[in-house]
Design a protein around this ligand. Sequence first.
Ligand SMILES: [Ca+2]
Length: 333
Amino acid sequence: MKKVIYDCDNTMGISNRDIDDGLALLYLINNPEVELLGVTCTYGNDNIDYVYNQTIELMKEINCDIPVYKGRGGYKMKDYYAGVYINETSKNIEDVKKNEAAQFIVSMVHKYPEELSIIATGSMQNLYDASIIDQSIIANIKEIVLMGGITKPLKVGNKIMNELNFSVCPEGAFTVLNKATKLSVLTGNNCMDVEFTGDEFRALKKRFEEEGHKLKNEFVIRKIEKWMNEFKDEYGCDSIVLWDVIAAIYLTNPELFDDRFVTIRSKLDDFSIGYINTIRDYTENVTLSREDVFKIVDRYKDVELNIGRNVINLPTVKSSEEVNKKMIEIVHG
Ligand SMILES: [Ca+2]
């Protein structure tokens, strides 16, 4: 069983906000292979207060007593869909130390050195703050799985969608991507390979009605439907991308994915648009184990130059159908 902290910007239930963190959270709670130690909230899909309150509400709704911690920081949201915002997070060390979510992460890494997995699917602020509180933290997390970043522009329906998670806290993304020992990033581009279509949803809803609504997480059906309608209005497509859910499924079932190990060499500025600059691809060297590949490249960080280098994994989904099946298990609870 994996000891896991889920760091997210859950907005499930808020109008015109994505539901993927909420679905990923339900997935992790329902998965018998996961021991969820706590949920840490950050900003991203919306500001920290909305995310925290919404997550507390969700936990009440499903009668779950796993602790929820509030992060800090934020931005002025100008346009959610266009990803236009101004970051307003204080860098004062006393403010950093007040971040309860970061303090929880630090204490759990100390308690379970080399044993803890962290999945982060919002801004990287809490992990960044944790690394300021204790510089050794990121390297001592056994495994980090992120949803975020792009390797090329993200085209959704008839629009270009801006990257959200790395770009709202570029310093955090820079730090985590360069300091992590074993890091897998489900990029925006790779997540888009999995579509949850309107047809799949309608089949699920029909099955749910035929079975007499006997589902543990019945409310999820309504939340998916509402978000699918809002997304259709904005992007004109009859399907949604499951984003964070895919990262959660990767954490528990990496065999459903193909690994792609790359060396990155990203400047801090690259992350202000969420861009992951890959300079070498190890994919052809399939004889190496996952652990071996993560050990290959020296970790080099030159904070002065704001250029880092690390080897990371950018997994891709083998089969959309299999991943969607996993997602449907969530709804059934
Ligand atoms: Ca998210």
